[in-house]
Design a protein around this ligand. Structure first.
Ligand SMILES: Nc1ncnc2c1ncn2[C@@H]1O[C@H](COP(=O)(O)OP(=O)(O)OP(=O)(O)O)[C@@H](O)[C@H]1O
Ligand SMILES: [Mg+2]
Length: 332
């Protein structure tokens, strides 16, 4: 990284009185202008990390710098540089969207004559112009998330923290939010630190990701690098005749080591990559094995998580975190 990092942590730890270390020695670096995805299951330590980086919670040990400032020693400077839309949005159901913006612009000390214009501009950007004068109590989950994002942007922060911004949103609201995050990063050069439980979100939106599990970073890099690191695609085949399964397995074994598959199918990881697919088809044909179904699986971030932790990401969360979960604990 050439310029100094937007976010940098060194052996960051947070312990709570009961239970294990919520954050257990996290080292991450986020470059300016980068969209950084912090991916992990329920209870992994995502929000706890965000709370430390946004100065809401002091670290137990280790250190973190945000926008070049120490989160403990220089909290005021950190707070001036960042915006945050946290998992539990603090919105007042009895105020309208416009009233929220008015309060927030005043709170951040914008000159009186700029407040209304800035508020309206941001409401427009997140698609809430038509709903601006409705009370927030009547907003949908997606509208609340978008208002929360607009509120976080009032003072033009250079670094934006979004804690599970799309959990519980429908597909359309989710892609609208992705588009806005992408625009903020590419047009305005905002650094975005975004937590998510969604593989697809990390994959599509983030330039780089860190995968966190039980307080520890288990993998870090670009989505493509992480997938390449764990390797080759696999091919899964179901024979037309169940009796051919054993013979089919021995043919497939020529192409790579076998991997888990449903009972009626066989699967191998292709040692020569997807180019081998045609050879597989020819070999099965040559043995007179008819195929009912054949599928190539490219490695996914879930394969990365599985390789690093022995579990699938979805459903990997700890039970304790589900119980004390936030208002919308929608599983991925
Ligand atoms: N205030 C607290 N007191 C005690 N334990 C806590 C507290 N906050 C979090 N924890 C525990 O720390 C661990 C990490 O929690 P955290 O909220 O950071 O997870 P998360 O990755 O944000 O999960 P989710 O996806 O459910 O939001 C969990 O085991 C949780 O129960
Ligand atoms: Mg959380």
């Amino acid at each position: 990284m050439s310029s100094s990092p937007a976010i940098e942590t060194a052996d960051l730890v947070r312990e709570f009185k009961k239970g294990p270390r919520a954050v257990d020695g996290v080292d991450i670096q986020v470059a300016p202008g980068e969209v950084f995805g912090f991916l992990g299951p329920n209870g992994a330590g995502k929000s706890t990390t965000v709370h430390m980086l946004t100065t809401l919670l002091p670290p137990t040990s280790g250190s973190a710098r945000v926008a070049g400032h120490d989160v403990v020693e220089e909290g005021t400077r950190v707070r001036a540089a960042i915006g945050a839309a946290l998992q539990e949005a603090a919105l007042d159901p009895f105020l309208t969207g416009r009233e929220h913006m008015k309060l927030q612009t005043a709170l951040h000390g914008l000159p009186r004559e700029q407040r209304a214009r800035r508020g309206d501009e941001l409401l427009g950007r997140v698609g809430l112009t038509d709903a601006a004068d409705r009370k927030v109590g009547g907003y949908s989950g997606g509208m609340k998330r978008r208002l929360d994002l607009a509120l976080a942007l009032v003072h033009g922060p250079r670094i934006l923290f979004l804690d599970e911004p799309t959990t519980g949103l429908d597909v359309q609201s989710r892609s609208a939010l992705w588009a806005e995050v992408q625009r903020l990063a590419s047009d305005d050069g905002v650094t975005v630190f975004l937590t998510t439980q969604y593989l697809e979100e990390a994959d599509q939106l983030a330039d780089r990701i860190a995968i966190i599990d039980r307080g520890k970073i288990v993998a870090q890099g670009t989505p493509d690098d992480l997938k390449d690191e764990i390797g080759r695609p696999s091919v899964e085949v179901i024979p037309a005749e169940p009796a051919d399964l054993a013979r089919m397995k021995s043919v497939l074994a020529r192409f790579g080591e076998s991997v888990a598959s449903p009972p009626k199918a066989a699967a191998v990881r292709l040692s020569g990559g997807d180019a081998q697919l045609a050879d597989v088809v020819r070999a099965l044909d040559a043995e007179g094995i008819r195929v009912q179904h054949l599928q190539l699986h490219a490695p996914t971030l879930d394969d990365v998580f599985l390789a690093k932790t022995g579990r699938h990401l979805e459903g990997a969360g700890d039970g304790a975190a589900v119980e004390d979960a936030e208002p919308d604990p929608v599983a991925a």
